[in-house]
Design a protein around this ligand. Structure first.
Ligand code: NDP
Length: 303
């Protein structure tokens, strides 16, 4: 990795540009699959309840899959949906030949058991990469459907940094959805990987070792500028809603989205950095479409 140095501001990794690139590739592949194989990849998204953030994500998934020429179905279930009803729907989608990708939007309402849902979800249609089978394939270095946000983060890293082999990477966060799979993907890319979490001692010192620093914590601006090694590539996965800095706006109850990294401080030190919003978040849906195309091709047995 070249070292742009601490004095220059970091290069911003623009998620919009790369997400557009992925979506364009997906749309072209969908067109080819339709014309050469009569195959239209289909995505089913299941939303239970009326969580406002989940509603926005689900709408965007539906709109973007349609825009890419895919078959797209959104099941909006009431908050009072029972476990049996949800499991029955997932079983129906498992058996539906027009559906190649199934995404059950998380978190589910508290009375529903996410583990049971993932246990019956067909791993070949698990485009969020959350089933045990796909987690096992990722951990074993086998082909599978991997989680979208980690895959999107890797695309950004490769585009910005280039060769990753031999780099020292630190991932802060060890969730099944983000931290662990990113660490696995970095390992597959031959990085030397440390996974940090809430019990890690001297986290700033651990972060300062990183040539690649991934923040997936869920704590606004926790990672400060002096935690960052000069020239490092910083991938900020965090999405946190906070009051505006401007006291007038804050008093009106207005909020904005920030990452887990203190962007202003970090960009003075890092070599590359993803903004929030406008970074990793935009990649997640684009990669979901890509995973659905991959699933459709595997299920249909076409290359
Ligand atoms: P989780 O809450 O599941 O995991 C958070 C992780 O951070 C845990 O491993 C936890 O450690 C660790 N952690 C918490 N506090 C600290 C601390 N003080 N020091 C060090 N580590 C700490 O969150 P997710 O992984 O689901 O999400 C992480 C962030 O990414 C959130 O902001 C979320 O909104 C965002 N996100 C963004 C997506 C996108 O598309 N950009 C998609 C999904 C998530 P421990 O295990 O010890 O508790």
């Amino acid at each position: 990795m070249s070292d742009p140095g601490a004095a220059a501001a970091a290069q911003i990794i623009d998620g919009k540009v790369y997400a557009e690139g992925v979506r364009a590739e997906v749309a072209a592949e969908v067109t080819r699959l339709k014309s050469e194989h009569g195959l239209q990849p289909g995505l089913a998204v299941v939303l239970v309840g009326d969580d406002p953030a989940s509603q926005i994500y689900v709408r965007s998934k539906g709109e973007q899959s349609l825009a890419a020429g895919m078959h797209s179905v959104t099941h909006r279930l009431p908050e009072a949906t029972t476990q049996d009803e949800l499991l029955r729907l997932v079983a129906e989608l498992n058996a539906d030949p027009a559906i190649h990708g199934i995404l059950v939007q998380l978190p589910l309402p508290k009375h529903l058991d996410e583990k049971q849902v993932l246990a019956i979800l067909d791993p070949e249609k698990d485009v969020d990469g959350l089933t045990m089978v796909n987690a096992g394939r990722l951990a074993s270095g086998l082909p599978g459907l991997y989680p979208c946000t980690p895959l999107g983060s890797m695309i950004l890293l490769r585009e910005a940094v280039g060769e990753l082999a031999g780099k020292r990477a630190v991932v802060v966060g060890r969730s099944m959805l983000v931290g662990r799979p990113i660490a696995q993907l970095l390992l597959q890319a031959d990085c030397t990987v440390t996974i940090a979490h809430s019990r890690t001692g001297d986290l700033p010192a651990v972060c300062r070792e990183a040539e690649i620093l991934v923040a997936a914590v869920g704590r606004p601006r926790m990672i400060r500028g002096d935690w960052i090694r000069p020239g490092a590539a910083v991938i900020d996965v965090g999405i946190n809603r906070v009051p505006f800095d401007d006291p007038e706006k804050a008093a009106q109850g207005k909020t904005k989205v920030v990452g887990d990294v203190h962007f202003k401080e970090a960009r003075e030190v890092a070599g590359w950095i993803t903004p929030v919003p406008g970074g990793v978040g935009l990649m997640t849906v684009a990669v979901l479409l890509q995973n659905t195309v991959t699933a459709a091709k595997r299920i249909a047995g076409v290359s």
